[in-house]
Design a protein around this ligand. Structure first.
Ligand code: XUL
Length: 516
């Protein structure tokens, strides 16, 4: 039976996951961790430590070595000649800068040297800024000013100018090293770079990852002239074409056939960003479902029924690989905030959950703005949370109430910040570490007034890529693949246990407190 491969090029690793669409099973799964497996790059967490002024860069050759090592390992787990469809996803926003030698070098790769050995000479910028880079505050302001303000950037591209987004990063490169910018013939995203390497020529940027650049117009999915001009001169000729996620970029190049035993007619679909890919892998690429991922920072994303941008400029709109658009909202104060409250009382997670169970939804009006560090949704600089309510509560003397206030504050904020998306979620897919807690899942169901289903997927990005590749190359539809691969744990589902009005008072006070 034909197989489909999904590749996840994330911040810390490159993973591969192979699915058999006929049996609905995962056939092989391997991963290469940059820190552990490629220590020669001195990037224990996937980026070069010690960057100055907010710079966070990684060596693209490390990604190439990881891709090869991943394929080598995968070859030990399954027969690569059975793979007929390939796609992938990359950490969003990161960019790779290539000189005029690139088109010929990637077309004529020789199997007696590695990818990194052959492509290193094509880099016009030896390292790549990644999504953790915050060095471009000035460039964001300059781009916004040039096109008429933040609201214009947001309505055009789906996000205000953001430090980690690719356009501001390109502008900073152009300003700080104009000669190297002049030598740059092509700028790829992590996703489109790896896809290009696999097909042996420039692959398009997809609308999912491309929207994370502050350069692509949501209306028509073309590079926006005004944003290009505001970013750097001569940029349009340096960018790849744009494609929707349902397109095939080409067949796998001879390098991968000869070196790893791929079949010459294996099709590679355009790559996308990790978040759009995860939307597919979670089974949420149709409107009506929302994914809340509880991690170091919490994220909220969903397929959107209409194309709207966040008027407050905190959220993002990306292309949905399944058509249309998706939203993404990041909350910095995720598990670190929950952990800080837990630590304050010396509790473990069980005691934390019990405290939630022993307190009342709505918390009798006692409220917390749960920001222990500067938040981006909404943008607000706090270094300690604000507590408002009874005297004992404000003095942190009531653990049950404080814990509930933290969790309710997080989800009330999430609900307020997501109204611009015009979603009416019937189902919320909850994932990430804290989703294991039934008590937290119950708060989500109560605040959002929706059924909450917990999904324990660790590889939704690679799975989404494998599903998308299969949908593009085989006769299966994404809906069929979703039914086959995205199983839900119905037994752990939570229904709202209170009326929406239970949160009226708290929501109003939360809004007012933020406005003060
Ligand atoms: C999204 C973002 C991160 C990266 C890395 O805007 O910056 O989620 O995609 O995972």
């Amino acid at each position: 039976m034909p197989l489909s491969l999904g590749i996840d090029a994330s911040t810390q690793s490159v993973s591969g996951l192979v699915i058999d669409t006929c049996t609905g099973s995962i056939v092989a799964q391997v991963s290469v961790n940059f820190g552990q497996d490629l220590p020669q790059y001195n990037a224990p967490s996937g980026f070069i430590p010690g960057g100055k002024n907010g710079e966070v860069h990684a060596d693209p050759c490390m990604w190439l070595d990881a891709l090869e090592l991943m394929l080598e390992r995968l070859g030990g787990e399954c027969d690569l000649s059975r793979i007929e469809a390939v796609s992938g996803a990359g950490q969003q926003h990161g960019s790779v800068y290539l000189n005029a030698q690139w088109p010929q070098a990637v077309k004529h790769l020789r199997t007696d040297c590695t990818l990194a050995e052959q492509l290193r000479g094509c880099l016009s910028r030896s390292t790549s800024p990644i999504w953790m880079d915050t060095s471009t505050g000035d460039e964001c302001r300059e781009i916004a000013r040039a096109v008429g303000g933040d609201a214009v950037v947001c309505s055009k591209s789906g996000s205000v100018a953001i430090e980690r987004f690719t356009g501001p990063q390109i502008r900073r490169f152009y300003k700080s090293d104009p000669e190297a910018y002049a030598r740059t013939a092509r700028i790829h995203l992590v996703s489109s770079f790896l896809c290009s390497v696999l097909v042996g020529c420039d692959a398009p940027v997809d609308t999912g990852d491309g929207a994370g650049m502050n350069l692509l117009a949501l209306d028509g999915w073309q590079w926006d002239e005004a944003l290009l001009d505001a970013t750097a001169p001569g940029l349009s000729g340096r960018l790849p074409s744009v494609a929707t996620g349902n397109q095939v970029a080409g067949n796998v190049s001879p390098y991968f056939v000869q070196k790893f035993g791929f079949r010459a007619d294996a099709q590679v679909s355009v790559f996308t960003g990790d978040n759009p890919s995860s939307l597919v892998g979670m089974g949420a690429s149709d409107p009506g479902k929302v994914v809340i991922s509880l991690g170091t920072s919490d994220t909220f994303f969903a397929a959107m029924p209409t194309v709207v941008a966040d008027p407050d400029g905190y959220g993002h709109v990306f292309g949905n690989p399944n058509g249309g658009v998706m939203s993404l909202q990041c909350f910095i104060n995720g598990s670190l905030a929950r952990e800080a409250v837990k630590a304050r009382f010396g509790y473990d997670w069980d005691a934390f959950s019990t405290a939630l169970e022993q307190s009342e939804p709505g918390n009798g009006g006692d409220l917390m703005i749960p920001f222990f560090q500067p938040e981006i949704s909404p943008r607000i600089t706090l270094s300690a949370p604000i507590l408002k309510g009874g005297k004992a509560f404000e003095r942190w003397e009531q653990p049950e109430k404080v814990i509930r206030a933290c969790v309710e504050g997080q989800f009330i904020n999430m609900k307020l910040r997501s109204t611009w998306m015009r979603l009416e979620p019937q189902e919320i897919y909850l994932t990430g570490g804290a989703s294991k807690s039934s008590a937290i899942a119950q708060v989500v169901a109560d605040v959002f007034q929706a059924r909450v289903i917990r999904i324990a997927v660790s590889e939704s990005v690679a799975l989404g890529a494998a599903m998308r590749a299969a949908a593009n190359t085989f006769s299966d539809t994404l809906a069929e693949l979703t039914a086959r691969f995205c199983q839900q744990d119905e037994a752990s589902a939570r229904q709202p246990a209170v009326e929406a009005s239970a949160y009226d008072v708290l929501t109003d006070s939360f809004r007012q407190c933020l406005a003060e």
